[in-house]
Design a protein around this ligand. Structure first.
Ligand code: SAH
Ligand code: SF4
Length: 347
């Protein structure tokens, strides 16, 4: 049986023709699934009855199985099981006036950042397009209103799973699919330069919001925290980002996780400012106070240090925000997801 969200509109129209259906039925079915959130073909009342039965024999809407739902004041964390038994996490965040969905793109992550819980067990595998889209479908079914923003900030490095993420985005931003605004979908990356260049050439992905995890102002320190910097040099990364084809009013978000006594001093802030100043109008900065994890020896700095760091950047006229407003754990929880695969197998 095939999973519907593996296909974009064009592919599904071809598939439907092979089944002997009129191609426009594909548009109708996608409307039911992505804009009315139906997962039962029998409820798709503008499709002839015998076609509905054939559809339910040929396709299913979901591939993930919801396993757990953990609600806090500002967020809901969903745990899903894939068909091959992997566990992935998705977070719905209640922002002041809208909902943001934080998606995973891989089971685990190969990038190996020293501060990140997702990195601990390495990469298990890429998620498929259907698994990425299905996170949205399940959460939207459960959410109190329409999800407005989607961020690829959960488990995994989205640009290391380029094709599957691209197709998921295609489904998310097209009017035949979910129909989200391109400006409300964000990709957060550890800064894979070749993939960023590919993204810059890609008419679909280059218009999304781009967030890049910088986390250190010096090459040596970034290599220590993020080993991929050895092959993705910091200065070259900044130049690649400055060359990203954004209109003049759009800015790339530089993310900086502040870790106590590692990268949080005013000297670090000044060095970070120096890195940004030549291209000041192209960037804004998000400071993320480190969210501690029991298995990692790093700590969160005091808020005093966080504000001092922000002040240095602001004194260089760099727009700088602190990502804390929603209660300390919300975005932290998003950037800190970890596969519980092994634990569940043991249970
Ligand atoms: N792989 C992508 C997206 C997922 S990580 C990336 O690295 O950008 C999303 C964000 O969470 C990154 O900015 C990362 O630096 C941050 N992050 C990871 N672990 C964290 C932690 N323990 N506390 C705070 N932020 C963390
Ligand atoms: Fe992977 Fe991002 Fe975690 Fe680094 S911070 S290990 S790139 S998920």
């Amino acid at each position: 049986m095939e999973i519907l969200a593996s296909y974009n509109l064009q592919e599904l129209r071809v598939k439907f023709q092979e089944l002997g259906f009129e191609p426009y039925r594909a548009n109708q079915v996608l409307g039911w699934v992505y804009r009315k959130f139906k997962d039962n073909f029998q409820e798709m009342t503008d499709i002839p009855k015998e076609q509905r039965t054939l559809l339910s024999q040929a396709f299913r809407v979901h591939t993930l199985k919801p396993v757990e739902r953990i609600e806090t004041k500002d967020s809901v964390k969903y745990i899903f099981r894939t068909e091959d038994g992997s566990i992935i996490e998705t977070v719905l965040i209640f922002e002041r006036d809208h909902l943001t969905l934080c998606l995973s793109s891989q089971v685990g992550c190969a990038v190996g950042c020293k501060f990140c819980a997702t990195a601990k067990d390495g990469l298990f595998r890429n998620l498929t397009t259907a698994e990425i889209v299905d996170q949205y479908l399940w959460v939207q079914k459960d959410a109190p209103s329409r999800i407005r923003n989607v961020v690829f900030m959960g488990m995994g490095e989205p640009l290391a799973n380029y094709e599957a993420v691209r197709k998921a985005v295609e489904i998310m931003v097209n009017p035949w699919g979910i129909g989200l605004s391109k400006r409300r979908v964000s990709i957060s990356t550890s800064g894979l330069i070749s993939q960023l260049k590919r993204m810059a050439q890609d008419p679909l992905l280059r218009e999304l919001n781009l967030a890049v995890s910088v986390n250190a102002p010096y090459q040596y320190l970034r290599e220590l925290l993020m080993p991929i910097s050895k092959t993705n040099n910091l200065k070259e990364l900044m130049q690649t980002l400055a060359d990203h084809p954004y209109p003049p009013d759009r800015r790339i978000m530089l993310e900086y996780v502040l870790i106590k006594d590692i990268n949080d001093s005013e000297a670090h802030a000044r060095a970070f400012a120096q890195l940004i100043v030549p291209y000041r109008n192209k960037f804004k900065v998000n400071l993320i106070p480190y969210n501690p994890d029991p298995s990692i020896a790093f700590e969160r700095p005091s808020m005093e240090r966080v504000y001092a760091f922000q002040e240095v950047l602001r004194s260089h006229h760099i727009s700088t925000f602190i990502r804390l407003s929603k209660g300390v754990d919300v975005f932290g929880a998003c950037g800190q997801l970890r596969s519980k695969r092994l634990e569940l197998v043991v249970k």
